[in-house]
Design a protein around this ligand. Structure first.
Ligand code: S3P
Length: 164
């Protein structure tokens, strides 16, 4: 089973993913880290040197390579659930949407070097967040809300344990 965590940048996917993997004794993979290792470049560098479209191709190939993985928690980049071809791949995984508020996400991302954050001001980012929600809801098998990552992790563990 692959548990894929989706949600906006700064929603807590990686922190929650590590906690979840520990509780379930699963492997943890952050898809952005995986791409950075594969390309031997940071995400901001990939965007700057090759553009967003190239980064999206990397995301698709990286996601596809986990389709047959087992006992893995995969933290997805915030843009993964947007492309139709990625939506198709996500059908083969158990997808959890980490539904953190825009303000909580914004607090965590505003001073980071994420290319999309650098390209937009706060109100543009809020619009971007709102546009993405429908995509996250579409791919999710389970949605967890709030800002208490520990409680959210426990909720996912309870749900998943009934499925394994
Ligand atoms: C992106 C989110 C980032 C990273 C890239 C693009 C996006 O991942 O993949 O900067 O389009 O939302 P996180 O959601 O882990 O920050």
């Amino acid at each position: 089973m692959v548990i894929a965590l989706c949600g906006y940048m700064g929603s807590g996917k990686s922190t929650l993913g590590k906690m979840l993997a520990k509780k379930l004794a699963f492997d943890f993979v952050d898809l952005d880290d995986y791409i950075e290792k594969k390309e031997n470049m940071s995400i901001p560098q990939i965007f700057a040197d090759y553009g967003e479209a190239y980064f999206r191709q990397c995301e698709y190939s990286a996601l596809a390579s986990f389709l047959s993985a087992d006992s893995t928690v995969l933290s997805l980049g915030g843009g993964v659930p947007i492309a139709d071809e990625n939506k198709k791949l996500l059908k083969g995984m158990f997808v959890v949407y980490i539904d953190s508020s825009f303000e909580d996400c914004y607090k965590r991302i505003k001073t980071t070097d994420r290319p999309i954050v650098k390209q937009k001001n706060k109100s543009e980012l809020e619009e971007h967040y709102n546009d993405r929600v429908a995509h996250y809801k579409k791919v999710a098998n389970l949605t967890v809300y709030g800002n208490n990552l520990k409680k959210m992790t426990e909720q996912i563990v309870r749900f998943v344990k009934e499925k394994i």
